[in-house]
Design a protein around this ligand. Structure first.
Ligand SMILES: C[S@@+](CC[C@H](N)C(=O)[O-])C[C@H]1O[C@@H](n2cnc3c(N)ncnc32)[C@H](O)[C@@H]1O
Length: 218
């Protein structure tokens, strides 16, 4: 599939898939969106009651969310085990063109872009990463997650990622008290997440988006 690099409004790159007419991040700001949705309303929120955090990301993509998680976890003194699921890994030569080096720390990107897939790799002390190249639907999880970043392509581009059977798989992989965050706030998505068992709240979205969703597993 053809893949193009574009600059979002905060100066950070995102990837664009012309065939799907879809970007990997918000055009209003890739880093800005990730910091708001996943770091502020996910990681920082969860860190108030837990210092050892097991994270699941659906749609690891460029690894941007994992980089920003590493930086915040270091600042907050958290221990993180991070599992990123990615059905279509982005080729290394594309990853290396992204300007995320401007946000890089401790050579994080250099380490993770070349790290082995399918197993936990200790990237730094207190930060283990496991990249899994698979379809979220085929996974049987061997961990209980405290925090889920649901970062699939939007429902218009890939509606099958937003179906209730996917949410049921994710719900069953979460620990009680676990937190789920996504940038999407569509009514049907919210109702399906609630049907799966999550208690959902609507939060202000990042610039360019009115709302986002956060759920908790009772
Ligand atoms: C919105 S992008 C993710 C952006 C990513 N979090 C980042 O920071 O770059 C959605 C990702 O979901 C992946 N994806 C698509 N279908 C999938 C599936 N069935 N299972 C797992 N990942 C999938 C895509 O390849 C893409 O990388």
């Amino acid at each position: 599939m053809k893949i193009e690099l574009i600059i979002s409004n905060d100066g950070s790159h995102t990837l664009y898939l012309p065939e799907m007419d879809e970007t990997y991040h918000s055009r209003h700001g890739a880093v800005q969106e990730a910091l708001h949705v996943f770091i502020k309303n996910g990681l920082i929120h969860k860190s108030r009651d837990r210092k050892n955090i097991n994270i699941l990301e659906i749609g690891w993509g460029t690894g941007l969310n994992s980089l920003l998680t590493y930086k915040s976890a270091k600042q907050l003194g958290l221990n993180v085990k991070y599992t990123g699921i990615e059905k279509y890994p982005v080729p290394l030569e594309v990853l290396e063109q992204l300007n995320y080096k401007d946000w890089n720390e401790d050579d994080y990107l250099e380490k993770v872009y070349r790290s082995e897939w399918e197993k936990f790799v200790p990237i730094f002390e207190g930060f283990d990463l496991r990249k899994i190249a698979n379809d979220v639907r085929s996974l049987e999880f061997d961990q209980e997650f405290d925090l889920v970043y649901f970062d699939a392509f939007g429902p218009r581009a890939q509606c099958e990622m937003w179906e209730k059977d996917v949410f049921d798989i994710i719900f069953s992989s979460m620990r009680s008290g676990g937190v789920f965050v996504t940038y999407c706030a569509k009514g049907q998505v919210r109702r399906d997440l609630q049907e799966s068992g999550l208690i959902i709240e609507r939060l202000p979205g990042p610039p360019g988006k009115r709302e986002m969703l956060r759920g908790i597993k009772p």
